[in-house]
Design a protein around this ligand. Structure first.
Ligand code: ADP
Ligand code: TRP
Length: 330
C-alpha cells in the first residue's frame, strides 16, 4: 500500500511563483508516488481574512491554481477544509490532549506577542484562532492518517506539535488511535527570491503572481533591481537574481548557455531580463489559460471540490469513530 502525503494551502491571497516552485510543483511530483490528500485551509484563512467576498474568491483562486498547475482530482483527493466537519470534532478532542504551554511556544503566536511588547496589552489583535492554530492543523493532518506532510521549513514546528499531540493520545489509550506523521521538507527546493532579492512573499510586495497577464509579467521582470555593471563587462550568473529566477524555468542546456553568455560579457541586464521573460512566459502561459477557463466556471470548480470532500469524509469519519471509541464516547 502506498504511503499517504497530505498538505494544505491557506486561502489568504493569490499564488505567486514562490508558492508554485516551493510548494505546488513538489507536491504534485509527490502525488505520483504517494496517496495524496491536498486541501485548501479556508478555516485557517478565516483568522485573517474577514471579508466574505475576498475569502470566497481566494478559495476558488487557490483551487484553480492547483488544478491549472496539473493536479488531477481523480488521482489526488482534493477538498476544502471547511467541507470536512469531522475536522472540528477532532480539533475539540485534541484540545483535551494539548498543553497550553505547547501553544505558548508556537512561533506565529510568539512573534505576535513579541510585536505587542511595546503596547500595554500582550494579547492585542490576537484571536483564539491564532492561538489554537496548531491544533486545527493537527486535526487536518491526523484525520487523514498522513505519513508525510510536505511543507516549507517554517511549518516544521507545527508538524512536530502534531506528532506530540498524537503521541499523547496514543499513550493515554495505550494503542495507535492516531498515526504519527512526519514533516517532509525538501532541502533542494530553493527559496525563490522576490523582485527585491528577499524571499518572495505576499507580505513583502515583491512577488510575481503565478497568473499575472503577459504584460504584467513582463513589467514585473523589468522591475528587478540590478547593479550598474556596463553591458560589456562579464557577469557572474550565480550572484544574479535574474539568473536565479531564469534557472527555475529553463532547461539544463539553456541554463548552461545563458551562464556562458553572462561570463563572456557583452550581455546587458535588459537582455538578461528579456531571456527570463521568454522562458517564464513559455511555462506560465498554458497555466494562465487553464486558470482563466477554470475561474470562468465557478460552479464547475465547486463541483470538483465537492466530489473531493465526498471522498475525504468517510476517511475522516473513520478516524473520529476510532477516537470516540477509544475515549469511551462512542
Ligand atoms: P507567503 O510567504 O507568500 O505568505 P505562504 O506562507 O502562504 O506564502 O506559503 C505557501 C507555501 O508556499 C508554503 O509551503 C511555503 O513554504 C511556499 N513558499 C512561499 N514562498 C516561497 C518562496 N519564496 N520560495 C519557496 N517556497 C515558498
Ligand atoms: N499552516 C500551513 C501554512 O501556513 C497551512 C496548513 C493548514 C497545513 N493545515 C495544514 C499544511 C495541514 C500542511 C498540513 O502554510
Amino acid at each position: 500500500m502506498k504511503q499517504i502525503a497530505l498538505t494544505g494551502i491557506k486561502s489568504t491571497g493569490i499564488l505567486h511563483i514562490g508558492n508554485y516552485f516551493g510548494a505546488i510543483k513538489p507536491a504534485l511530483e509527490l502525488a505520483r508516488r504517494y496517496d495524496a490528500r491536498y486541501f485548501i485551509a479556508d478555516y485557517h484563512a478565516l483568522n485573517t481574512v474577514k471579508d466574505p467576498a475576498v475569502l470566497s474568491h481566494c478559495i476558488r483562486e487557490i483551487a484553480a491554481g492547483w488544478l491549472s498547475a496539473g493536479l488531477d482530482p481523480e488521482q489526488v483527493i482534493f477538498y476544502r477544509q471547511s467541507s470536512i466537519p469531522e475536522t472540528f470534532e477532532l480539533t475539540t478532542m485534541l484540545m483535551a490532549f494539548t498543553a497550553k504551554g505547547l501553544m505558548n511556544r508556537a512561533h506565529a503566536y510568539k512573534s505576535a506577542v513579541q510585536e505587542n511588547l511595546d503596547k500595554n496589552d500582550p494579547d492585542a489583535g490576537i484571536n483564539m484562532g491564532l492561538f489554537t492554530y496548531p491544533v486545527l492543523m493537527a486535526a487536518d493532518i491526523l484525520l487523514f492518517d498522513a505519513d508525510i506532510v510536505p511543507v516549507g521549513k517554517d511549518q516544521a514546528q507545527h508538524i512536530e506539535m502534531t506528532a506530540d499531540i498524537a503521541k499523547a493520545v496514543n499513550f493515554n489509550y495505550q494503542k495507535e488511535v492516531l498515526k504519527i506523521p512526519q514533516a517532509f521538507i525538501q532541502e533542494q527546493v530553493a527559496v525563490v527570491p522576490g523582485l527585491d532579492g528577499r524571499k518572495m512573499s505576499k507580505s513583502y510586495n515583491n512577488s510575481i503572481p503565478l497568473f499575472a497577464p503577459e504584460k504584467e509579467l513582463r513589467r514585473l521582470i523589468m522591475r528587478i533591481v540590478t547593479n550598474s555593471q556596463p553591458v560589456s563587462e562579464p557577469k557572474d550568473p550565480q550572484s544574479s537574481l535574474i539568473y536565479q529566477l531564469y534557472r527555475l524555468f529553463a532547461a539544463q542546456e539553456e541554463q548552461a548557455s545563458l551562464a556562458e553568455r553572462y561570463r563572456a560579457g557583452g550581455m546587458g541586464w535588459g537582455e538578461a531580463k528579456e531571456e527570463l521573460f521568454r522562458v517564464a512566459n513559455r511555462e506560465l502561459s498554458p497555466l494562465r489559460e487553464r486558470f482563466a477557463a477554470l475561474m470562468a466556471d465557478p460552479a464547475g470548480l465547486d463541483a470538483i471540490l465537492a466530489r473531493g470532500a465526498q471522498k475525504a469524509r468517510p476517511i475522516a469519519a473513520a478516524t473520529v469513530a476510532r477516537f470516540r471509541k477509544a475515549a469511551g464516547i462512542d
